[in-house]
Design a protein around this ligand. Structure first.
Ligand SMILES: [Zn+2]
Length: 288
């Protein structure tokens, strides 16, 4: 946080410097644009092929082949989900929330893509539908589906409260990944990464730049739907914060389950899908 009383005096030109207009780091038109209309057309022929229900304060994993769709659905009541994505054939390729934020902004919606970690860096999934797109940004600068939070975890909890709590999203995702892959808990933990906070309503306070959360506007039946650009292993935790209106990292909040549905347009349609190539950068890094 910035000091209320700075230790250093501003230069004469301070106001002039602060008035310089910002420039968007990555203008969206410089990115490859997914054809959401074409994807929605393919989606019309898709059938529900698999689904899992994720109980409160747990996580689940489900595989989604490239060219299929998956939908995260709110059921029963307001609930936030912490989403991890891995390449189903190589867990070291995982969702890169920080770069996705730099490319698409703090909160995602239809047409945005979820990018993978270096050196793979390619689109892993494309958002094709978002029933909360009406929310936009509220008067506090809050919005839904952020890539600014990390995930609730027992390490931060321990530092802040002194207690060990085992059902944070980080631990839920670790357990679910370990169970799905038969890795040990410590091996699985190394693959758990910063999330897309599905349905969570968050922002930064305008005056102090502090990360805030507020009660999620999600209602039963709302969903966020994705197209799998590569073969995916999808991990989702039903956050112990429930709708994240007050606290997480405890058993205090009222929680609800979440569903993941896989919608398959059929093998013929999936075979037509072009899997994005691994990032073509040479990985030379100026050495030799
Ligand atoms: Zn959480």
């Amino acid at each position: 946080m910035k000091l209320e009383q700075p230790n250093h005096r501003a230069p004469e030109t301070a106001e002039q410097m602060q008035r310089v207009r910002p420039v968007i780091c990555y203008p969206p038109e410089t990115l490859p644009q997914p054809d959401v209309g074409a994807l929605k057309h393919i989606r019309k022929g898709a059938k529900l092929s698999n689904q899992i229900k994720i109980a409160p304060r747990t996580a689940g994993c489900i595989e989604v082949p490239a060219g299929a769709f998956f939908r995260i659905v709110s059921v029963d009541g307001p609930q936030v989900g912490d989403l991890n994505l891995w390449n189903a054939n190589d867990l070291s390729e995982k969702f890169y929330s920080g770069k996705t934020r730099a490319l698409h902004g703090t909160h995602l919606s239809t047409g945005d893509q979820m990018w993978s970690s270096f050196p793979h860096m390619r689109a892993m999934a494309t958002i094709v539908d978002d029933t909360l797109d009406w929310y936009g940004f509220d008067m506090y600068g809050g919005s839904v589906h952020d890539v600014i939070g990390t995930r609730c975890d027992p390490y931060t909890g321990r530092l802040l409260s002194g207690d060990d709590y085992h059902y944070c999203c980080h631990s839920n995702l670790t357990r679910a990944l370990a169970e799905h892959t038969k890795l040990s808990a410590s091996e699985a933990e190394a693959y758990v990464h910063d999330v897309l906070n599905v349905f969570m309503c968050t922002g930064f306070t305008r005056d102090t730049g502090q990360y805030f959360m507020k009660s999620s506007p999600v209602r039963p039946g709302d969903y966020l739907e994705f197209y799998a650009e590569i073969d995916l292993l999808v991990g989702l935790s039903a956050c112990p914060g429930g709708d994240c209106s007050s606290e997480h990292s405890s058993d205090t909040a009222k929680c609800h389950p979440l569903h993941i549905e896989v919608w398959d347009p059929g093998e013929k349609a999936r075979k037509k899908h072009q899997v994005p190539q691994l990032n073509p950068y040479s990985q030379n890094h100026g050495i030799g």
